[in-house]
Design a protein around this ligand. Structure first.
Ligand code: PEP
Ligand code: CO
Length: 458
């Protein structure tokens, strides 16, 4: 790594998983234009998120990161945005209630448009075309023109992210996320499920508590914590020209922030120590995530800490494990031990989605709820055994009633996947499966039994 960092120093390094843009001038022009647009987030918010994550690393808060695998230009409307917020708010209520800890809420939203792919080309009926790399790059439909990478799409990413963030900010500070509305976040189609009913019981308890504290003088008018919610955005920092264009110097501190989102992460396929993604992200002050798969070595993980968090700052680095339920037991503990031994400060978070994807007989990509849960439980068990903090969870989910992952509440079967399979990339947990996950995590972490606040509800 060179000593001198600048927002463009990554250009001297190798960037994997980049589109083969046919028109480089158009890419430069588009990113030049974006670099003059207002930032999407403010450095002060990013610093607050870092403080919240420092609390997670100390075991005093829980990180809940979730959203689409890939956002889409087509599914862009108020209802989609509201329902994604709703499900995260509901899960946070369950986790806060069950764990008696604040939940740091981070969406995979307002910028999650670019995807790494295992193969650069896709072949259908003997025809090979560039793989779909997310709406930031090309269109999912299978034709030559649709699949040609088009840098003009990055501008649309910027404006869709801005509009999404605008509505999220309105919802989270304008009354929609007020705790007094906790019972209205339950969606009609989950309200009658066992999870929906359990959630409704928590909502009733909270409403009673709110009535009580109102009597003693604490209400939404005088206590902003009841009225407003802190909600942060995140995405994979994959297309570095776009990230560079939104990187700005903070006038207060003189530090650089990537103002495309509060938290950026580096994917499993682009985290090379000598690669362009690590070079770019080492120089911005945002909290950073790094995905870790089963081949990660101790040297790599320590190298990542040294480069991305040289000052060992709490809340800076979130290591996101995505091993798969069959591999986590063997591959993960040595990494946890090494980080503990070296005294590195990290947030450990579990992505139980990306190591557990398989193709159903129909050819549709899916994941089993049971395997997702198995990996999650092993993750927390490993941290308990090592005396370290399993700090959070990273999920692909949606507030809709989709049929993309099998198992869970309604025991969704592989034959049913086609009924409502809407993701443009990886399969997501639906609303009921997401609530189920939140209950299972909260219960498991509290050890269940009579001591669990959740079991006292039943
Ligand atoms: C993702 O989070 O959508 C992703 C591609 O993850 P990973 O880099 O862990 O495969
Ligand atoms: Co994914």
């Amino acid at each position: 790594m060179s000593k001198e960092w600048s927002a463009s120093s990554w250009r001297d390094y190798r960037a994997l998983q980049q589109p083969d843009w046919p028109d480089k001038d158009s890419l430069d022009e588009t990113c030049q234009a974006i670099s003059t647009y207002p930032p999407l987030v403010f450095a002060g918010e990013v610093r607050t998120l870092k403080e919240r994550l420092a609390q997670v690393s100390a075991g005093n808060a829980f990180l809940m990161q979730g959203g689409d695998c890939a956002e889409s230009f087509n599914a862009f409307n108020a209802v989609e945005i509201r329902d994604k917020l709703k499900i995260l708010l509901q899960m946070s209520v369950i986790l806060t209630y069950g764990l008696s800890k604040p939940v740091v809420k981070v969406g995979r939203i307002a910028g999650q448009f670019a995807k790494p792919r295992s193969s650069p080309m896709e072949t259908q009926n003997g025809v090979s075309l560039p793989s779909f790399r997310g709406d930031a790059v090309n269109d999912p439909s299978f034709s030559e023109s649709a699949r040609a990478p088009n840098p003009r799409r990055l501008e649309r990413v910027y404006f869709q992210s801005a509009a999404t963030l605008n509505l999220l900010r309105a919802f989270t500070s304008g009354g929609y996320a007020d705790l007094h509305r906790v019972n209205t976040w339950n969606q009609d189609f989950v309200a009658n499920s066992p999870q929906g009913q359990r959630y409704a019981r928590i909502a009733r308890q909270l409403t009673d508590t709110l009535k009580f504290i109102d009597v003693i003088g604490i209400n939404s008018v005088n206590a902003s914590v009841l009225r407003e919610v802190e909600y942060y955005t995140s995405h994979e920092a994959l297309i570095l020209e776009y990230e560079e264009a939104l990187t700005r110097m903070d006038s207060i501190t003189g530090d650089y922030y990537d103002c495309s989102a509060h938290l950026l992460w580096i994917g499993e396929r682009t985290r090379q120590l000598d690669g362009a993604h690590v070079e770019f992200l080492r120089g911005v002050k945002n909290p950073l995530g790094v995905k870790l798969g089963p081949k990660t070595t101790v040297d790599e993980i320590l190298g990542l800490c040294d480069i991305l968090n040289p000052d060992n700052e709490p809340g800076r680095l979130v290591l996101i494990s995505r091993f798969g339920y069959e591999k986590i037991g063997e591959a993960y503990p040595p990494l946890v031990r090494a980080i503990k031994k070296e005294g590195k400060s990290v947030v450990w978070s579990c992505d139980p989605m990306h190591g557990n994807t398989y193709s159903a007989p129909s050819g549709l990509k899916t994941r089993s709820f049971e395997n997702i849960l198995k990996e999650t439980k092993q993750f927390f068990a490993i941290h308990q055994a090592e005396g370290t903090v399993g700090g959070g969870i990273h999920l692909e989910l949606t507030g809709d009633n989709v049929t993309e992952c099998v198992g869970g509440s309604y025991n969704l079967r592989e034959e049913q996947l086609a009924e409502r399979y809407e993701t443009t990339c990886d399969p997501r947990l639906n609303a009921a499966q997401s609530l189920d996950m939140a209950f299972q995590i909260a219960e498991w972490l509290r050890g269940g039994g009579a001591n669990s606040p959740l079991s006292q509800l039943d």
